[in-house]
Design a protein around this ligand. Structure first.
Ligand SMILES: NC(=O)c1ccc[n+]([C@@H]2O[C@H](COP(=O)([O-])OP(=O)(O)OC[C@H]3O[C@@H](n4cnc5c(N)ncnc54)[C@H](O)[C@@H]3O)[C@@H](O)[C@H]2O)c1
Ligand SMILES: O=C(O)C[C@H](O)C(=O)O
Length: 333
């Protein structure tokens, strides 16, 4: 099991690489960045776990060497937000970074599972997909936008509302839609642990808003020094760990992730009908198997208020997706 981190020397990249090195199912770990990745790799290589670690820089075909034989590629490369910025403001720099890295994956490791962390996720995932289409290697089952941090935040904030932090490991809330502001839609009515009956509508709105804008809370607290890195590394390692377990044959793993809906075979069309819009991407609970997505689950039973949140997410989500697709021109046959 070869895992590759692109952007491995960054705020997310380093702790994420540490957590992947700590995963005993990973036997090879390649770290690529435009700076510092060899040092990070040597540091991690002293940890007594199975993964053989190597670091690569752009010279001497570093990207190609890092990606050769990759099973899982995680992409946290790109700039983070500063206070006052939206995730979409990162597009002008990160779109090109993600396009170029995706080109490397499409040409060197086209069968790898690609886990996109770089923001704006609602646009960078379509960019990766379009690059893969351009190279004739697109498989919608293998490209994922990592929305796990929204799920992790929902577990944490709901357990806080329940007044018991120790519940956070077992509280599970599906979060659907996309990964920015109002496109993040927590389905609190499906929480594994129901909210207290005493919680009034205003308090529920506060909770929803906190899950949707949790990223801003970190950006504000870091005061110009970036956005979530450690919680994202935790979330990214958790999602990568699930993909690795599924690839290694474990059945029944279901987790929300932002995926392509174009394939009817996995349930994309049914979800499109449910949301009432012909979107090509959406985050929903997805079942994972040895070949990636085996089933995209529907939204299940949602309340009218949750339906209104889904409806409110659609215009921004749709615009973000179109922007990503338009960035990579796929020649029409
Ligand atoms: N999906 C999510 O939930 C989520 C959560 C947090 C952050 N993010 C996003 O993750 C990205 C990274 O955040 P960070 O805090 O780690 O930023 P960072 O600036 O600390 O690290 C980014 C790293 O990417 C590297 N990089 C830049 N261009 C590269 C290229 N062409 N090839 C390889 N590496 C390259 C940089 O050298 C740096 O080491 C940001 O876009 C951020 O918005 C997403
Ligand atoms: O908020 C950000 O810009 C980073 C990330 O998307 C997050 O949700 O923390």
């Amino acid at each position: 099991m070869k895992a590759v981190v692109l952007g491995a020397a960054g705020g997310i990249g380093q702790p994420l690489s540490l957590l992947l090195k700590a995963n005993p199912a990973v036997t090879e770990l390649a770290l690529y960045d435009i700076v510092n990745s060899p040092g990070v790799a040597v540091d991690l290589s002293h940890i007594a776990t199975p993964a053989k670690v190597e670091g690569f820089l752009p010279p001497d075909d570093g990207l190609k060497k890092a990606l050769t034989g990759a099973n899982v590629v995680v992409i946290p490369a790109g700039i983070p937000r500063k206070p006052g910025m939206t995730r979409d403001d990162l597009f002008k720099i990160n779109a090109g970074i993600v396009r170029d890295l995706a080109t490397g994956i499409a040409t060197t490791a086209p069968k790898a599972f690609v886990l996109v962390i770089s923001n704006p996720v609602n646009s960078t995932v379509p960019i990766v997909a379009e690059v893969f289409k351009k190279h004739g290697v697109f498989d919608p089952k293998r490209i994922f936008g990592v929305t796990t941090l929204d799920v992790v935040r929902a577990s944490t904030f709901v357990s806080e509302v329940l007044g018991d932090h120790s519940l956070s490991l077992s509280v599970s809330v599906p979060v659907v839609g996309g990964h920015s502001g109002v496109t993040i839609v927590p389905l609190l009515s499906q929480s594994s642990h129901p909210l207290p009956a005493s919680l009034d509508a205003a308090a529920v709105d506060v909770l929803i808003n906190r899950i949707q804008f949790g990223g801003d809370e970190v950006v504000k607290a870091k005061d110009g020094a970036g956005s979530a890195t450690l919680s994202m590394a935790y979330a990214g390692a958790e999602f990568a760990g699930k993909v690795i377990r599924a690839v290694n044959g474990e059945k029944g793993i279901v987790t929300p992730t932002f995926v392509n809906l174009a394939s009817d075979k996995t349930g994309g069309d049914a979800l499109r009908k449910e949301i009432g819009k012909n979107l090509d991407y959406f985050s929903a609970p997805v079942e994972l198997g040895v070949d990636g997505v085996t089933k995209i689950h529907g939204l299940g039973k949602i309340t009218p208020a949750e339906k209104a949140l889904v409806d409110a997410a659609l215009p921004e989500l749709s615009a973000n997706i179109e922007k990503g697709v338009a960035f990579v021109e796929v020649p029409k046959l």
